[in-house]
Design a protein around this ligand. Sequence first.
Ligand SMILES: C[S@@+](CC[C@H](N)C(=O)[O-])C[C@H]1O[C@@H](n2cnc3c(N)ncnc32)[C@H](O)[C@@H]1O
Length: 180
Amino acid sequence: VPARYDPAAIVSVPQQRPHRSRQNYRTPLNFLAAAKHRLGIQHFAFDFAADAQNAVARRFWSRQDDALSHSAASWAFASGSGGWGWLNPEFTKIGPWARKCVECRAAGGRVALLVPASIGADWYRDHVHNQAYVLALNGRLAFIRNKPRALYPKDCILCLYSPETPDGFDVWNWRKEIAA
Ligand SMILES: C[S@@+](CC[C@H](N)C(=O)[O-])C[C@H]1O[C@@H](n2cnc3c(N)ncnc32)[C@H](O)[C@@H]1O
């Protein structure tokens, strides 16, 4: 019977390098299709964290625009009347992004936020729990386009912030959404 805690085994685990190739991380197209289907939209009205090469909407803010420096009212306006904005931020510092989503929702906007399922993080406690409809993604994501088999090694959540969407939690088998 293997020991429950084996320090030798832990030492042998390869080190994770979360920042490596981070610039290659793009939301998989099949997941975007599933998200749009789930939200009942054809297109995202705005991409809040992007560049000209990876934007998933026609209109976007880049690092130079610094989305976080824009007001919640601007975010709400950008998400479009009745539309949805998209946000897949860099995963290094999620708190300010999640806070902005809460503020955007309060200002009448709609944002779908894709982040790791770090439910022990302060940002989850303060800016997701009881503030968004959380979809726990059943089925890991392949963020690196030229390595479609390299699945991101953590579970992710899609947090829906909208005045019309109730707070809540569900497990979503997103692959089935578009397979149907
Ligand atoms: C994980 S990528 C998301 C790419 C694409 N939008 C998608 O969902 O597939 C995050 C993007 O946010 C950009 N970014 C970083 N800081 C930003 C900021 N303060 N405002 C807007 N965009 C930012 C990065 O340059 C990068 O292109």
